[in-house]
Write a protein that binds this ligand. Structure first.
Ligand code: NAD
Length: 374
């Protein structure tokens, strides 16, 4: 049973899909670990660290030769894994909706592609959930990015020269990233408020010591779809939300947006007029920028300025914390495959619930229902 760990090929991707810790753990299960030379360099892991943990470190062709499983953070370019044996598993964040042509190429290559972001949101799969582990770091980093772009301090400071008032920070979208953004903003001393469409988040916001800003009295709104995800809201709700947000946003110094709806473009939460209502020098971080953006005028990969307000649109925020993001991602992969490790077969054997949810291709075809329905 051979597992190949590739050096990521995507532009700006600094993470890696295994660490010396997970190499050791997989080796203990009986797997042979082969790491492409330099794979960990951008996540502060040297080739020698992988070797010391029991992996062989070599060139890509040798790493892929006879591999049963190929790990990636992002899906590898199909051309770059040519020569991998048919039937091999490709286990990575495959961005199935965004990279459909690549999924088709995996099918054509005879690979079994497993999309980690399709992991079902069930209790036993929590430790395997890459969306959670990476979003948590994004929420943290978004606040640090905002703090470094902001020309003022976050905490209130009473100094001999006078008082500096605390920054007002507003978090829109209180999933995994939003909760961490609230906690991080509080740790830095900001005055934090937050909003979401799912009413269940109100208590979570308050338990972190932040103020919940919620649309009240709009009929028929639950806001919660399957698996704890949000649903598209009614027009009446959207209008009420826009009004509430408009008056609140004008008083904020920092806004972090994280709102996503699975399988759809991110909802637009902040208009140009709302940006214009904010004080000069304020900062907005749009964590949904790669899914279409929550903020009008946000540009993926750039920090732009509109009406004197900076709009931060970094791509791939978890990769900006490459060492921790890699450590957590790698543990997600280990937790996943070790949970299904069949000692007799000497390899993982998936059950139906999780296998069917994450398997995109098999036997030369695209087999995933969610993807086929899209
Ligand atoms: P997400 O990344 O899909 O979305 C981020 C947040 O944006 C969500 O809270 C969503 O409700 C919110 N949102 C969507 N549209 C909005 C709008 N128009 N205005 C304001 N907010 C809007 O969500 P997520 O971070 O993946 O987490 C969603 C939920 O799933 C959380 O409650 C989380 O705890 C839960 N979860 C469960 C598991 C598990 O059980 N295995 C794993 C991960 C997350």
């Amino acid at each position: 049973m051979k597992i190949a760990i590739l050096k990521e090929g995507a532009d700006g991707e600094k993470r890696v899909s295994a660490t010396p810790e997970t190499v050791k753990k997989f080796t203990a299960l009986g797997a042979e670990m082969a790491v492409e030379s330099g794979a960990g360099a951008t996540a502060s892991i040297a080739d020698a660290d992988y070797q010391a943990a029991g992996a062989t470190v070599t060139d890509r062709v040798t790493v892929l030769k006879d591999a049963d499983i190929v790990f990636g953070v992002q899906g590898p370019d199909p051309m770059s894994i040519a020569g991998t044996k048919p039937g091999a598993w490709i286990v990575a964040g495959l961005n199935p909706f965004g990279e459909r042509a690549r999924v088709d190429a995996y099918a054509a290559g005879g690979y079994e592609a497993l999309a980690m972001e399709f992991m079902p949101r069930i209790t036993r799969a929590q430790s395997m959930d890459i969306l959670s582990s990476q979003s948590n770091l994004s929420g943290y980093k978004a606040v640090l990015d905002a703090a470094s772009e902001y020309g003022r301090a976050f905490p209130m400071m009473m100094t001999a020269a006078g008082t500096v008032s605390a920054a007002r920070l507003f978090v829109m979208g209180v999933g995994v990233a939003g909760l961490q953004a609230i906690a991080t903003g509080r740790r830095l001393g900001a005055q934090v408020s937050a909003t979401d469409v799912r009413s269940a988040t109100k208590e979570q916001i308050e338990s972190l010591g932040a103020k919940a800003i919620f649309v009240e009295n709009v009929k028929g709104i639950e806001g919660e779809g399957s698996g704890g995800y949000a649903t598209e809201m009614s027009d009446e709700y959207k209008a009420a939300q826009a009004e509430l947000v408009s008056s609140h946003i004008a008083k904020q110094d920092i806004v972090i947006t994280t709102a996503l709806i699975p399988g759809r473009a991110a909802p637009r939460l902040i208009s140009d007029a709302q940006i214009a209502s904010m004080k000069r020098g304020s900062v907005i971080v749009d964590l949904a920028v790669q899914q279409g953006g929550n903020v009008e005028g946000a540009v993926a990969g750039q920090v732009v300025e509109r009406h004197g307000v900076k709009i931060v649109g970094h791509r791939n925020v978890p990769s900006r914390l490459a060492a921790d993001a890699s450590a957590l991602y790698s543990r997600n992969l280990f937790n996943f495959l070790s949970a299904f490790w069949d000692k007799e077969a000497g390899r993982p054997v998936l059950d139906e619930e999780i296998g069917n949810a994450i398997r995109l291709t098999q036997g030369g075809k695209v087999v995933n229902e969610r993807l086929l329905a899209a």
